[in-house]
Design a protein around this ligand. Sequence first.
Ligand SMILES: Cc1cc2nc3c(=O)[nH]c(=O)nc-3n(C[C@H](O)[C@H](O)[C@H](O)COP(=O)(O)OP(=O)(O)OC[C@H]3O[C@@H](n4cnc5c(N)ncnc54)[C@H](O)[C@@H]3O)c2cc1C
Length: 500
Amino acid sequence: MSDGRGTTAVDVLIVGAGFAGIGMGIQLIRRGRDSFVIIEQADDVGGTWRDNRYPGVSCDIPSHLYSFSFRPNPEWSRVFAEGREIHAYLRACVREEGLDDHLRLNCALSQAQWNEDDARWLVRTTRGDFSAASLVIATGRLSEPKVPLIKNLDAFGGRWWHSARWNAKVSLVGKRIGLVGTGASAIQILPRLATEASEVVVFQRSAPYVLPRGDREYSREEMERFAADPGTVTALRDELFAEAERNIGARQRRHPDIDLLRQRALDHLTGSVHDAGLRGLLTPEYEIGCKRILFSDDYYAALQFGHVRLEPTPLNRIADGSGGKRVAVAAGGNSYALDVLVLATGFNSTRPSIAGHIRGRQSRLLADEWSNGMAAHASTTVHGFPNMYVLDGPNAALGHNSAIYMIETQVGYVLGALDHLAASGADALDVTSEAVHSYMRDIDEMAQDTVWVQGGCTSWYRDERTGRVTLLWPDSATSFRERLATFVPASYEHLLRRRR
Ligand SMILES: Cc1cc2nc3c(=O)[nH]c(=O)nc-3n(C[C@H](O)[C@H](O)[C@H](O)COP(=O)(O)OP(=O)(O)OC[C@H]3O[C@@H](n4cnc5c(N)ncnc54)[C@H](O)[C@@H]3O)c2cc1C
């Protein structure tokens, strides 16, 4: 609905069409709430699974768990689906749930401003203005590629790109490739890259813990059984969830859980890498779980190919080599002549750029509110930003279970807030600063004895400015759902619009 000045008015405006934005949209439609749009800056839906197109990209939580509980998919082709299959699943969700009419693609949020007078958000986008009673931020936490400081990178004679912006136009056959990073993306990339390249150098800042993955295709019979009896899919999902959930004990440094998990990873290393020198370089120097635990059955094997070399220090700079050729120089001093650099170096996760574009009450910028790190009540609402909900943002990620379970939990919380708002007679809900502080105190307390704080590593789960755990929910997925199960109005100031 347009107001004649070209501003489209909706009840809810969702920013981002990844799992979170799509999940929110589906639940609004299913509840008969038709007045909403999803704006998406790219030309397609899918978020993570649209952007990450590197060879070998796939989920590392089993697909039957890494999908919406309300849209089970009996046709997952394998235990850990590849990125394009997950992307296709999300597109099917959009199409089949009737979201197309609500989608505005190529539409980036430029600025959102809370207007006290009419208690609404004015949202300026690259495709026009919107006025929304509620604003849902679903812009993801692993969506802004991080390029580390590599001195003179621009002088690198060859091509380079980030893993989340894969350049498929450049053939890697016969090329000398530097793979920078040894995190979740890098260990999926290496085995595929190694089959094409003439030489690969893997630049490692710290060794990851790697567990066996156990991926396999589902047989036709299994898929037919899943399709014929939806109860079998639910049962499998429940089983996978319970299995993942058991791993929280290790993250909380409970014994023997953490000892058993560490041993499994070290056994995998010992069983896969026979050279003691290489094994030493691949042995992590921090506690298991402090950084994301990785899953692979072919990473260690690929590292032992004759044309693959592990450089145990990070890529530091590009310099002039002999004959005027540029070389990539590692922090340890070794230099390598390379044709292509692939930066599998992760994402800016603790300081989301969207926060620089959202102004709440008294025009306060969200980035200023979060200048000491992200903080939100119920991992979802921020004081001074009424009727705004952040999905998959502060303290909503997990190290041991599915992000989709967390997103669904938050979507349920937002629906509770919207229902309460409609019933309350108020125009807006602003979470109190006491509620935010009390929640953050609980987070700090829960995090205190976990591997994320005590494990002796730096990781993207923690804010680099304060060391606080700001990305993760530092407990079980079940406890997150319990905590957010009921929307508690007492945590919110109820606001009325000024212009009546
Ligand atoms: C390679 C990879 C593998 C992963 N595997 C797993 C896994 O196995 N299990 C797991 O639990 N998690 C995994 N994750 C985490 C994953 O990011 C989440 O599971 C989930 O996909 C996040 O969904 P989202 O909707 O919150 O964010 P995203 O998928 O990042 O979507 C955010 C969307 O917002 C859009 N957007 C951003 N800014 C704006 C703006 N200003 N205006 C308009 N639109 C905007 C983006 O274009 C994007 O489409 C993985 C992440 C990566 C990178």
